[in-house]
Design a protein around this ligand. Structure first.
Ligand SMILES: Nc1ncnc2c1ncn2[C@@H]1O[C@H](COP(=O)(O)OP(=O)(O)OP(=O)(O)O)[C@@H](O)[C@H]1O
Ligand SMILES: [Mg+2]
Length: 332
């Protein structure tokens, strides 16, 4: 089986790095997954994305799983499946969703993950759990730092540096303790050593796309930084990137941390990629490294961002001019 060779890429030295968790993956039979999910029963459905549906399941040993069943077999689905499995098999970090295994029988393509009891950040900010107001300020900060650490690991510590290309609220899952786990690696790209970026067809989600990526297809770590910046602003404001909604924090937040989150979000979402911090710097900034924050605050760059961003609403929507790319993004 071709996928087995991918898994041999997991280096044991990787597991020794900080923040890693030990897990094992295996190949599941279709029968086992049908049993676990009550034959992909509608009642077991956790959600649906562009590439398929996700079902809750329970294995014979009592452990809970989430099974992503790819919609219909196609070349695109096959690529998405193998990229996701390959990337997830290579990475192990407390803030990256753990791969439990996969199943490739006939035309069925299924990916098995740890079940995340609190679903996604999206479901708490804007979806089925939003009315419960479970995301107090502490949890928001913890999620912001955790997700930043997961992405920083992909960019800086994974054996081949990896860019995610689809950082957004629905791809940040939350476990039982509201710990963030970054998910969905179907669009991920490996960055070859020494390369600053790769040129590729644009994938991702409107509202989170860095301008140079949406317009020119230039994908690099800093595109993820941009998307993460938008996500930070979403966490702080409770508003969707392209919608106007009120925050449910109801005035209950730590002012200094809120300022920090917004500030880091703005710096990450700078129009010019070279002005964005690295994810390692983002982690330090979010954790409140006073010296680094003071340096950035006094930097001419930040004043420029504020001036530039205040006129952002007047500027045309750059993505809408790229009809072909827009269609592709919408399809995705
Ligand atoms: N491991 C998991 N544990 C619990 N819920 C999950 C898990 N994986 C996915 N989900 C739920 O299933 C939903 C659908 O996930 P999926 O990744 O297929 O689509 P999406 O992220 O909503 O959209 P897109 O296709 O644009 O990525 C998620 O939003 C989440 O609520
Ligand atoms: Mg997703």
């Amino acid at each position: 089986m071709a996928f087995c060779s991918m898994f041999s890429c997991v280096k044991s030295s990787d597991r020794k790095k900080q923040g890693k968790k030990e897990t094992t993956w295996r190949i599941f039979s279709l029968k086992e997954l049908q049993l676990a999910t009550n034959n992909f029963n509608y009642d077991n459905k956790l959600g649906e994305g562009a590439f398929g549906s996700v079902y809750w399941g329970q294995l014979w040993d009592g452990s809970q799983i989430a099974v992503k069943r790819l919609k219909s077999w196609s070349d695109k689905a096959e690529v998405e499946f193998s990229v996701e499995v390959e990337v997830l098999a290579r990475v192990r970090h407390k803030n990256l969703l753990t791969l439990r295994g996969y199943c490739a029988e006939g035309q069925e393509r299924l990916i098995v993950y740890d079940y995340m009891a609190n679903l996604s950040l999206l479901s708490h900010l804007h979806g089925q759990h939003s009315a419960e107001c479970q995301l107090d300020w502490n949890r928001r900060m913890k999620i912001a730092v955790g997700a930043a650490e997961g992405i920083a690991y992909l960019h800086h510590h994974a054996t081949s540096h990896i860019i995610h290309r689809d950082i957004k609220a629905s791809n940040v899952l939350l476990d039982g303790d509201f710990q963030a786990q970054v998910a969905d690696f179907g669009f991920a790209k490996f960055i070859p050593d020494g390369a600053t970026h790769v040129t590729t067809r644009v994938k991702g989600t409107f509202g989170y796309l860095a301008p140079e990526y949406a317009m020119l297809g230039k994908a690099s770590e800093s595109c993820d930084v941009y998307s993460f910046g938008v996500l930070l602003l979403e966490i702080a404001s409770g508003k969707k990137p392209l919608e106007k909604l009120n925050s449910r924090l109801d005035g209950k937040y730590v002012e200094e941390e809120l300022k920090r989150l917004v500030f880091v979000g703005l710096v990450c979402a700078h129009n010019r990629p070279e002005k964005r911090p690295t994810m390692l710097e983002v982690v330090e900034l979010l954790k409140g490294d006073r010296e680094k924050i003071a340096t950035l605050e006094n930097d001419e760059m930040f004043k420029t961002i504020l001036a530039t961003d205040s006129g952002a609403e007047d500027s045309p929507d750059f993505v809408s001019e790229e009809k072909e790319q827009k269609d592709e993004i919408e399809n995705a």
